[in-house]
Design a protein around this ligand. Structure first.
Ligand code: HEC
Length: 144
């Protein structure tokens, strides 16, 4: 095989490789703007911490200190840092949030998704469940 044809074969391979790589990156970027859905086993996790007065007080204190800059004091997703963020912080008073399981919220608080930080190393499991219980109080719509 002449040298030039080896080179052109290689450059075709390189181009194909680059094409696959760029489309993989593109798919990833697209995936970022997709709805954030917790995996099924995380969704079905049961909340072991009852939302009593002490829990809500503790959860509320953690929320005020750590979450309100983005999510806002009332959890509407309108904190001072929100304007600069994309995607926008979730509205914790929304109807959409009501349809999420406690396990799903726990997963999202634990894992994060840019620009939402990850909290599994910052807070204990108990503290993260307390946050879930507290978030539940932000939407005043009665549960059906
Ligand atoms: C730096 C800003 C920022 C901070 C601080 C932050 N969040 Fe978020 N949060 C976000 C953004 C942005 C999203 C939406 C992410 C997405 O859709 O990909 C989000 C989404 C969420 C969701 C998912 C809601 C849903 O319906 O899917 C939960 C739950 C949540 N945040 C809880 C918290 C809690 C609890 C804290 C504090 C411990 C916190 N966040 C702190 C930015 C932040």
């Amino acid at each position: 095989m002449p040298k030039s044809s080896i080179i052109s074969k290689m450059s075709i391979r390189t181009s194909v490789f680059i094409l696959i790589l760029t489309s993989a990156i593109f798919v990833r970027v697209q995936a970022q703007s997709k709805p954030w859905i917790a995996p099924p086993d995380a969704k079905s996790l049961k909340n072991p911490i009852p939302g009593d007065a002490i829990t809500l007080k503790e959860g509320g204190a953690i929320y005020t200190a750590n979450c309100t800059p983005c999510h806002g004091t009332k959890g509407k997703g309108d904190g001072p840092a929100a304007a600069a963020l994309d995607p926008k912080p979730a509205d914790h008073t929304s109807v959409a949030l009501l349809s999420e399981t406690d396990g799903s919220l726990f997963y999202k608080i634990s894992e994060g998704r840019k620009p939402m930080p990850q909290y599994k190393t910052t807070f204990t499991e108990k503290q993260r469940w307390e946050l879930v219980d507290y978030i539940r109080t932000l939407n005043k719509t009665p549960k059906k």
